[in-house]
Design a protein around this ligand. Sequence first.
Ligand SMILES: Cc1ncc(COP(=O)(O)O)c(C=O)c1O
Length: 429
Amino acid sequence: MNDKIRSDFPLLDERRQDQRRRGPLVYFDNACMALKPRQVIEAMQSYYQEFPACGGRSGHRLSRQVDDEVDAARRQVAKFISARRQEECVFTRNTTEGINMVAHGIGLKQGDEVIISGKEHNSNLIPWLRLRQEQGICVKVLPVDSIGTLDMAALESAITKKTRLVSMVHTSNLDGVTNPLRDIAKIAHDHGAKVLADGAQSVPSHPVDVRHLGVDFLSCSGHKLCGPTGTGILYGSMEALEQLRQYNVGGETVIDSTYDTFTPEELPMRLEAGLQDYAGIIGLGAAVKYLSRIGMQRIERQELALNKVMTEGLRDLQIQAGRDRQEEGSLEKEEGSPKRMKKIRLIGPQDPALRSGIYNFTVDTMDAHHVAKMLDVSDSIMVRSGAHCVHSWFNANSIKGSVRASMYFYNTLAEAEHFVDAMGRILTL
Ligand SMILES: Cc1ncc(COP(=O)(O)O)c(C=O)c1O
């Protein structure tokens, strides 16, 4: 990707880095949080400086401007995920909130079944576990194999007439693998169940078309889409949203009320309770406009190119180290012979084309947090370490934690090579 794109991001802009005298910084924690381009920051700033009023209530010109800008953001978002209508897009605070809105809104009762996969983020696990504890729903967890592939035959056999919802991660933050959501939706619908997709990772990384996928709901976060923190989108088909019980109620969710009754608002406002994060929503609109301008296919290609450099670079280093070990073994050990390279174990498939922008790994005999800290301190490379909010998978596989590098379109091939070099040094410590 070109310098022009990088100059849109204050943190990556080399001129600004020089000013701060802290040298280049490599940001590979994009699956957690994407960086924000100045177009997003400026859109938010314009709200605060030029029309910092409330939307949906007052009729004055500032308020009308807020409404116009929020409408424009909703249109942008709807276009971005190919929703039929903008009313199908509800603004939320994040993916987690959208999933909770569905979990508490579809009226699950004792004995109803919800199917998830064996590598869900806590955001798509805990709401169901709590409903199991408190309301007696049944949660079925589908197995995934050692390279992260979902067992579709297991879905066919797990689904019954009691299944109300299949709630599934689209692209995994653990291994970057994308589930066949369209096929999952077909199976679910054939059995009368609805589908909720956790699109936290897929929407930022791939072209996502909710109509093509055929899902009933999809939840994603603005902050992973180069948008502001504390923003998100819950997509629902009109039919699905109509059936959703209001999870949060109060101002703006009703047209009228008496001391005894109330009349709910139209969609989507009925699901957006209280004064909204207008600056955030406007910033989110600017973010998806920015991503659309770059092109989601181009973003997808860049993630793959970066992942290929990392995967092949580290694979080659490990192969070479294996050869060196063999040669070492056949020669008499000399003083000063090269140190052995520790082994990397990749989580998910070997093929980078199947892992979008995620390179997640463990290092034999090294603590994941320690590796991440070394990358930061010695090479200014920011990665995430730990269980990545998928504790259930780590516990099931008896793995303590891993190091995850996650790439986005503004990262460069040189940065990926720098990561390979830095890891090569860490592995021989
Ligand atoms: C797959 C997946 N689902 C859900 C979430 C939760 O997103 P948020 O914290 O923005 O609600 C994340 C965040 O990393 C994620 O990667």
